[in-house]
Design a protein around this ligand. Structure first.
Ligand code: CP
Length: 316
């Protein structure tokens, strides 16, 4: 693996998940693999889990880490080509990326979409330019369209807690007060469609994700029907893809409660976090025995460690 920006970068997903599960049992087995190698983590948006879990993963492999909140601590970045830079943006991504590539051996980038122009967001301009100009392997820490480190941790969690048969996994839309990106559900759908699970998506009409990610997954508009006999329910809000970036529904009936969990096969409840209690997901569910949101967050460390280990082994 050279870069980790989507499932397409992974040679064998099953092997990567198995490696993450093994690393969880013995996190320091490869503590010298990353010695004298530096991981740069560049954030253009806030983060708790991704920032800390990826640093911990790198530390477990003996790497140095450098973190920069480029949106607050760096020069304002120009990301378009051919612009006369006589405005407030002081540095072009071409130089910034090339310079970061001098200091770091692997670079991670978090860059959320603006949710104003679908074509622009889905072009992944910043990610592509980093890959072009740094000269280093690049890891997505969540970009406009995908969050692959989250999806790998999610698949690992499902594998660990699956019943002894092909599980039914339901991705359900949830209400939210803000317009959120489609990156987490896009990515989750993409990874699930490549896994040995029965995958169903449920959301109000108008919230269809791009088929590039859902790849013909079953969509059921009645949440109660979709939830029947589910083994895992992944709760997540996203804004509309077709009516790009818009909030089309705030219907509170879509929030998962214990009453709704009754329709499932005692399903485990997942969410990538952060979650707004009693807006997206009922507190009674989050605090109940079916919630595995903390397991997912814990697995972020070993998912990141498996990815870093793979990149270190194949590129240095
Ligand atoms: N799930 C996730 O990526 O969390 P952060 O935004 O806190 O990193």
């Amino acid at each position: 693996m050279r870069n980790f920006t989507s499932i397409q970068d992974v040679d064998d997903v099953n092997i990567l998940v198995s490696e993450a599960i093994e690393l969880k049992k013995n996190p320091f087995l490869f503590e010298n693999l990353g010695k004298r190698k530096t991981l740069g983590l560049i954030f253009l948006n806030p983060s708790l889990r991704t920032r800390i879990s990826t640093q911990k993963a790198a530390n477990n492999l003996g790497m140095n880490t450098m973190v920069m909140n480029l949106d607050k601590e760096g020069w304002a970045l120009e990301t378009e080509d051919g612009v006369v830079m006589n405005g407030h943006k002081a540095e072009h991504i071409k130089e910034a990326a090339a310079v970061l590539g001098q200091y770091c051996d692997i670079i991670g980038i978090r860059s959320f979409p603006k949710l104003e122009n679908r074509e622009e967001d889905y072009s992944e301009n910043i990610l592509k330019k980093l890959i072009s100009y740094t000269g280093t392997p690049i890891i997505s820490l969540e970009t406009a369209t995908r969050h692959p480190l989250q999806s790998l941790a999610d698949l690992m969690t499902i594998k660990e807690l699956s019943p002894n048969r092909r599980p039914k996994v339901v991705l359900t839309w949830a209400p939210h007060i803000k317009a959120l990106p489609q990156a987490v559900p896009n990515s989750f759908a993409e990874w699930m469609s490549d896994s040995n699970v029965d995958f169903v998506i449920t959301h109000p009409e108008g919230y269809e994700l791009s088929d590039e990610f859902t790849k013909g997954a079953e969509i059921i508009y009645e949440q109660d029907v979709a939830l029947q006999d589910a083994d895992f329910v992944y709760v997540k809000n996203w804004s509309s893809y077709n009516n790009y970036g818009k909030i089309l529904s705030t219907d509170k009936n879509w929030m998962l409660t214990n009453k709704k969990l009754y329709y499932t096969g005692n399903a485990r409840v997942m969410h990538c976090l952060p979650v707004r209690r009693d807006v997206e997901l009922a507190s009674e569910v989050l605090d109940g025995q079916n919630s595995i949101v903390i397991n997912q967050a814990n697995n972020r460390v070993y998912a990141a460690q498996a990815v870093l280990k793979n990149i270190l082994e194949n590129n240095f």
